[in-house]
Design a protein around this ligand. Structure first.
Ligand code: IVH
Length: 669
C-alpha cells in the first residue's frame, strides 16, 4: 500500500470506530458485534504500530470508551478505571502467561475468572456504608449512579464489622437472562419496542432517572476487585474471597467461577470448560479473565496506558452454526418499512433453537449473494435475533439468486426506496392493511394513548369488518358495534369505551408520539411538544425551525414535513382534535404557593414519588430546587439511604429536614 493509502485507511478505521463507540456507549445500540469491533480496533492498532507518525492524538485506540451523558453528575475516580487487553486467540493467552512467568518465575499463581457481560461499577464504602457508586465513564471520570446502585440487592448497603473502614470495590452489574426475558415479554404485551440484549438493558437501566423502575428490573452484580485499602491479604484471589465475608456477592471456587492455577494447562482447561458451560449460566459472559494473583507481582508487571500487564481477557468467539436457508419472507412494519427475514431449517445455537434470522435490507441480501437453498452460517452476537454472516459456497445447489421484492407482500403496491436510505418502503400508508392495523396498534400502545382492552386480533377483526381504518375511527365506535364482534362481552365493550374516552386526557406529547410519524419516537415527540407547544405551531413549522430543536436532524425534520404534506394526515389530526384529544401542551398551573420563597434540596431514594415527581411537586407549589445544601437551603427532603456527609452538613447549617410524607402533608395543608 502507498503511504497515502495507509494514512487514508487509518483515518477511515478511526472514523468507523468512533461511530461504533458512540452507537455502543452513548446510544446503547451497537451496529456490529463486539468481535467485529475488536477486529477493526486491532487492525488500526497494528497499523499504528507500524506507522507511528500517522497516529492521531484522538485515535479510538487511545481511549477506553465513554458513557457520560448529561443526566448524572460526573465525578472523578479515586483510582483510574482501566480496561483489560483482550484476545480471541488461545496462542496469545499462552504468550501472555509465558511472558508473566518469564518475568516472575515459573511458580507464579494465576487467577481465572469469568468475564461478566454487563457494566463496570466502582463502589466506595466508608465506615461500613455504601457511599458512592460510579460507572466507568471515560476511565478518569464516571457518572454518579449511587441511587440506582443502591436498589440492587446483590450490593450490600451496610457491611459486616470486619470490613475495612475505607475502600473501593469494583465489579460488573448485569441483568440475568430470566429477568431480561420477563421484561421483554412484558414489553411485548404492552406493544413496546423490545430490548436488544441483557447487556444493553443493564446499562440503560442503570442510567434511568427513576430508581424505583431500576429496582423493579432485577439487576444483579458480581464483584471482582478490591482497591485502595492497606491490603490484609497478599493476593487477589484471597482478597475477593475475603470480600464475601464483608457481605459481597463474589464468584465461588466450588462452581469453578473462580479458580487458582500455576500452569498454562490449568488456564486452558478453565477456558475450554467455560466455552462449553457458559450456556448453562443464568447470565451472559463474553469470555474469561486471567489475572496474576500476587499483589506484589502485579506491581512488578505494572500497567500500560490503558490496561494492566498483569491481566488479560480471553473472549469467546460468537457461536456460529451452518443451516439451510428454506425461504426468505418479507415483513411490513407499521411505517411501511420492509424487512426481509430468513426462514431457516431449525438449528441449535447458544442454547436456543434458531428458526429465523434478520436480513435487514436489500443491500444485505446482495452482499451475502444469497441463492435459494443455500447453506448459510448463522451467528448469535449480542442481539437476540441471530444474523446470517456468510454462505457455504461448497454446498451451493442452485444459482437462483434471492431477489428483493418489487411489490408490497400485503397490498401489492410498488415499493419505494429513497436516495440515501437503506430500507424499502410500501408507500400505501392509508391502504396497506398491515400498516393500517400497525399504526392503530401503535396509537393505542401504553406509551401513546394507552387504550386498554384491544389486542392485535381485535384490531384486525375490526379492520376486516370495516369498523376502523384509522385511529380516529376508534372514537366513533358504538357499544352495539363492539358487541357484534366475536368474544366481546358487555363488560369488555364498556371497559373499552371507557378507556377510549379516558385517552382524550392523554398529554399532547404522547398523542404526537401515537401518530406514528416516521422517526418520531417518544423522546423526539417530547422535544417537539416542548418546543412548539401545540399541533398548529408544529404543523406550520419550517425546516429551519424544526432543525433548531435539540436532537432533531435533517432526517426527522424531513419526515415531519412530509407527514404534514398529506391531506389524509391533516384530516386525521383535525378529526382527532374535534373529538377532544389534547393537541396543546399543558400549561403548568400552580397548585399552591405553600413553598414560595423556599429552596428545597432532594436527597436519597423515596417510596411514593420518583425524584422527578418530587421536583415537579415542589415547583407546582411555588418552591425552588437547589442542587446542593447551603446556608440558603430551607428544606432538605430526605429519602432513604441519604449520604451521611449531606446529613451532617444539613444539621450543621440548621436546615430543616423533611421526609417525603412530611412534605406531602405540608403541601396538602
Ligand atoms: S478486571 C484493570 N475482572 O471487563 C482490570 N473485569 O475491560 C479491571 N469485566 O468493563 C477489570 N468481568 O467491568 C475484571 N472478572 C472480571 C471482569 C471484568 C467483566 C469487565 C470490566 C470492564 C471490562 C474490562
Amino acid at each position: 500500500m502507498e503511504l497515502q493509502a495507509i494514512q487514508a485507511k487509518m483515518a477511515e478505521l478511526s472514523t468507523q470506530l468512533h461511530a461504533h463507540n458512540h452507537a455502543y456507549y452513548v446510544l446503547n445500540s451497537p451496529q456490529i458485534s463486539d468481535y467485529e469491533f475488536d477486529m477493526l480496533l486491532k487492525e488500526l492498532e497494528a497499523l499504528e504500530k507500524q506507522y507511528p507518525s500517522y497516529i492521531d492524538a484522538n485515535s479510538p485506540t487511545k481511549r477506553v470508551g465513554g458513557d457520560l451523558t448529561k443526566k448524572f453528575e460526573a465525578k472523578a475516580h479515586r483510582f483510574p478505571m482501566l480496561s483489560l487487553s483482550n484476545s480471541y486467540s488461545e496462542q496469545e493467552i499462552i504468550d501472555w502467561a509465558e511472558r508473566c512467568q518469564k518475568v516472575l518465575g515459573a511458580a507464579s499463581e494465576f487467577v481465572c475468572e469469568l468475564k461478566y457481560d454487563g457494566v463496570a461499577i466502582g463502589i466506595q464504602y466508608q465506615n461500613g456504608k455504601l457511599l458512592q457508586a460510579l460507572t466507568r465513564g471515560d476511565g478518569q471520570q464516571g457518572e454518579d449512579v449511587t441511587n440506582n446502585v443502591r436498589t440492587i440487592r446483590a450490593i450490600p448497603l451496610q457491611l459486616s464489622p470486619d470490613a475495612p473502614s475505607d475502600f473501593e470495590i469494583r465489579g460488573e452489574i448485569f441483568m440475568p437472562q430470566q429477568k431480561f426475558e420477563a421484561l421483554n415479554a412484558q414489553r411485548a404485551a404492552q406493544g413496546e419496542a423490545l430490548f436488544a440484549n441483557p447487556r444493553n438493558t443493564a446499562s440503560g437501566t442503570l442510567k434511568l432517572l427513576d430508581s424505583k423502575e431500576v429496582a423493579k428490573r432485577g439487576l444483579d452484580c458480581y464483584l471482582y476487585g478490591v482497591y485502595g485499602m492497606s491490603k490484609t491479604t497478599n493476593g487477589h484471589f484471597e482478597a475477593v474471597n475475603e470480600a464475601k465475608n464483608w457481605g459481597f456477592k463474589v464468584p465461588s471456587p466450588q462452581t469453578r467461577m473462580i479458580e487458582k492455577t500455576t500452569t498454562i494447562v490449568g488456564i486452558m482447561d478453565f477456558i475450554h470448560y467455560w466455552d462449553k458451560q457458559r450456556f448453562e449460566l443464568p447470565f451472559d459472559i463474553d469470555g474469561v479473565v486471567l489475572k496474576v494473583n500476587s499483589f506484589e507481582q502485579q506491581e512488578q508487571l505494572g500497567l500500560t496506558a490503558k490496561s494492566p500487564r498483569w491481566a488479560i481477557a480471553y473472549k469467546f468467539k460468537t457461536q456460529q452454526v451452518e443451516t439451510v436457508l428454506e425461504a426468505v419472507t418479507f415483513q411490513v412494519g407499521r411505517t411501511g418499512a420492509i424487512t426481509p427475514v430468513a426462514n431457516l431449517q431449525p438449528v441449535q445455537l447458544g442454547g436456543t433453537t434458531v428458526k429465523r434470522a434478520s436480513l435487514h435490507n436489500a443491500d444485505q441480501i446482495q452482499k451475502l449473494d444469497l441463492c435459494e437453498g443455500d447453506t448459510v452460517q448463522v451467528e448469535k452476537g449480542g442481539e437476540i435475533i441471530p444474523k446470517i454472516v456468510g454462505v457455504n459456497l461448497g454446498l451451493r445447489k442452485s444459482e437462483n439468486r434471492i431477489l428483493f421484492i418489487n411489490n408490497c407482500p400485503e397490498c401489492g403496491s410498488k415499493l419505494e426506496r429513497q436516495e440515501g436510505e437503506v430500507q424499502h418502503y410500501c408507500p400505501n400508508e392509508q391502504g396497506c392493511p398491515t400498516q393500517v392495523t400497525g399504526k392503530i396498534l401503535h396509537f393505542i400502545s401504553r406509551k401513546a394513548l394507552n387504550i386498554d382492552g384491544l389486542g392485535e386480533e381485535t384490531i384486525e377483526l375490526m379492520f376486516s369488518k370495516n369498523l376502523i381504518n384509522n385511529p380516529l375511527d376508534l372514537y366513533h365506535l358504538t357499544f352495539d358495534q363492539l358487541l357484534s364482534l366475536d368474544r366481546m362481552a358487555e363488560k369488555s365493550a364498556n371497559n373499552l369505551l371507557q378507556s377510549i374516552e379516558a385517552s382524550k386526557q392523554i398529554p399532547f406529547e404522547r398523542v404526537l408520539f401515537g401518530l406514528g410519524i416516521r422517526f418520531v419516537g417518544e423522546t423526539v415527540a417530547k422535544k417537539l411538544a416542548a418546543a412548539f407547544q401545540n399541533m398548529d405551531a408544529l404543523r406550520c413549522a419550517s425546516l429551519e425551525a424544526l432543525l433548531d430543536v435539540e436532537e432533531i436532524g435533517e432526517k426527522i425534520a424531513q419526515s415531519i414535513l412530509s407527514y404534514f404534506s398529506f391531506s389524509e394526515n391533516l384530516a386525521l389530526i383535525q378529526g382527532l382534535q374535534a373529538v377532544g384529544l389534547q393537541f396543546q401542551s399543558e400549561a403548568k398551573t400552580l397548585h399552591s404557593n405553600v413553598l414560595e420563597g423556599k429552596i428545597c434540596v432532594i436527597s436519597g431514594t423515596f417510596e411514593t414519588f420518583s425524584r422527578d415527581e418530587l421536583k415537579e411537586l415542589i415547583e407546582l407549589n411555588g418552591g425552588k430546587l437547589g442542587s446542593s445544601i447551603s446556608a440558603k437551603t430551607t428544606y432538605l427532603i430526605a429519602g432513604a439511604n441519604m449520604g451521611p456527609a449531606k446529613l451532617q452538613k444539613a444539621t450543621d447549617l440548621g436546615v430543616t429536614l423533611l421526609t417525603e410524607n412530611e412534605l406531602i402533608k405540608l403541601i396538602s395543608q
